[in-house]
Design a protein around this ligand. Sequence first.
Ligand SMILES: Cc1ncc(COP(=O)(O)O)c(C=O)c1O
Length: 334
Amino acid sequence: MSVIDLRSDTVTQPTPGMREAMLSAELGDDVYGEDPTVNRLEQHLAGELGFVAGLFVPTGTMSNLLGLMAHCARGDEYIVGQQAHTYKYEGGGAAVLGSIQPQPLEMQADGSLDLDRVEAAIKQDDFHFARTRLLTLENTMQGKVLPLSYLAAARALTHKRGLALHLDGARLYNAAVKLGVAAAEITRHFDSVSVCLSKGLGAPVGSVLCGSRELIGKARRLRKMVGGGMRQAGVLAAAGLYALEHQVARLADDHANAARLAIGLGELGYAVEPVQTNMVYVEIGERAEALQGFCAERGIKVTTASRLRLVTHLDVSAEDIARVLEAFSAFRRI
Ligand SMILES: Cc1ncc(COP(=O)(O)O)c(C=O)c1O
């Protein structure tokens, strides 16, 4: 029985074509700036997203951290959503390592931050206060796509108030595919963007931070400081390049599978939140642990949250969705 892992889109295995690309990658020492494959990835992604420079790093956590630290100095502040990854799920790194004070705000149901509340949270220039320097958004946010008009409004506000704007674009390409636009249509509103290659895109490792030459120069120094300077990293960057070339358009399949799963669960009587991309949220209540065990016996991996997140990705097929629905149907009957 094959295993279906719905816990996250980080669990994918490199495809045969990706492994080939990794094997044949041209390599050099990237700390010396001499890895041709890393350089190609950085230039390719920065160019595609409308930036001058990019920086390859091992993880999305590091990419966001370097972005925040490159924008903000000690004693500065960034505004961020309560549920945002950079605030809630990255070990408080911006505060711990960057001495950057977070100003978290409640998120709206669509994954955005109310821009009036953002503006109200910007602190006056007064020595009592931290200096508000940056607004950080996430797209997709728990699978939801921020509208382009909202991004334009966030850009206008940050320009007006002299703030920088950073995007945690771990799933930027899911948002672009869902909207049917080039990713640059999203990223053109931002001063910096972190893109994960190891989520829906299916690479085993890696993120890229994109921004101005000055910002990426600062981030490169910070990357060395936090131990993220890798040597023959082209073997990993090759996987990212392969993913960008071959595994972007197929994200639509993941979205279709998630929609199929959500419809099926709804028909079985589960309370399912509306789905936009590759994440399905379903209310399981107190039976979450029982469901996990029940699914495990059927070769299906899920987490144990009462608001359960099911994530589709390149190792989940339409047939797998049918098997998952059978399991959830059987679980409802016991
Ligand atoms: C929205 C978002 N941002 C950033 C990250 C961090 O990525 P990494 O696990 O590579 O550190 C994740 C990881 O799941 C994420 O979901």
